[in-house]
Design a protein around this ligand. Sequence first.
Ligand SMILES: Nc1ncnc2c1ncn2[C@@H]1O[C@H](COP(=O)(O)OP(=O)(O)OP(=O)(O)O)[C@@H](O)[C@H]1O
Ligand SMILES: [Mg+2]
Length: 321
Amino acid sequence: MSRELETLNVGELLARWPFAEQHLSDNGHAEIADRPEASLKAILDCEQLAALDGFVGMMEDFLGASEEKVTEITITGGRAKDGSDEPVRELTARVGDVICIVGPTGSGKSRLLADIEWVARGDTPTGRHVTINGQVPDDKWRFSSEFKLVAQLSQNMNFVMDLTVEEFLALHAESRQASEPEEKIQRIWNWANGLAGEPFTLDTPVTSLSGGQSRALMIADTAVLSASPVVLIDEIENAGIDRQQALDILIKEEKIVLMATHDPILALMGDRRVIINNGAMQKVIEPSAAERANLTELRALDAKLMGLRHRLRMGERLDEI
Ligand SMILES: Nc1ncnc2c1ncn2[C@@H]1O[C@H](COP(=O)(O)OP(=O)(O)OP(=O)(O)O)[C@@H](O)[C@H]1O
Ligand SMILES: [Mg+2]
């Protein structure tokens, strides 16, 4: 039995998997929580133990409860589109890193993100390999929803549920068995409102959030509630949200962030940037001191553009800029 439940007592079982109480009570073991010292082996027969194990496994899959801490991922180079060796042979990203991926349209930025998401093992068009914490990863990273390596922030969130923001977050917090769910819900909502231009309330239905608002909510939600250690972002710039704050939030929550971008501000904000061409990582560079200094000027330019955009939205003329 994979979890060796027969070696545990009731207290140990419920400490680790609190939801097991309901299952046991549904199966004729009411008030079992009152006997924490009782050994499971004494209480349950083989069949019941197997059923409990199956239930715990199913719940873990559903909850996405990952216990293994991912501290770094490494991408080993494969081949370019023309079959030649990829110049960058190894790229390691650690918790707290923001790695930007830049390159012309069609050069292979999204492909690199997809290789990471799929935990490539030489079995994608690029022939790359991805290792986790320096090890060839277990199959669980590919096939089990319990161990999801990557949280993808896609451009379009399709909320199918008819819930308010608060209900949506509460559901997510509950399914993740988050501690202090109220505090987390407040934090996500606050952050999301900081990222989106137009504020929304906790009782706004998720289906009526704008594109930028739902994206802001997903970023904050991913930062706080997702078990996935790696966040992949493809083209955040079109989302109409505060990009710098979005990155800050993800870093604060100890994520490894890889982001494909055409935006010079975002590219210079990264710790490193990977230059992609011809389907291959050509080189990895760190922003220079001069580039960092230029960031201030770029932000001023960006703020100016944002201001113009705002005025345009408010129906003003831009005769004076
Ligand atoms: N090393 C490679 N070998 C073979 N095919 C590749 C390789 N790298 C990328 N490709 C393929 O090239 C195509 C374009 O790549 P991709 O979509 O990643 O480009 P992109 O840089 O994201 O472009 P955009 O900026 O337009 O989003 C895809 O079909 C991708 O699978
Ligand atoms: Mg792309």
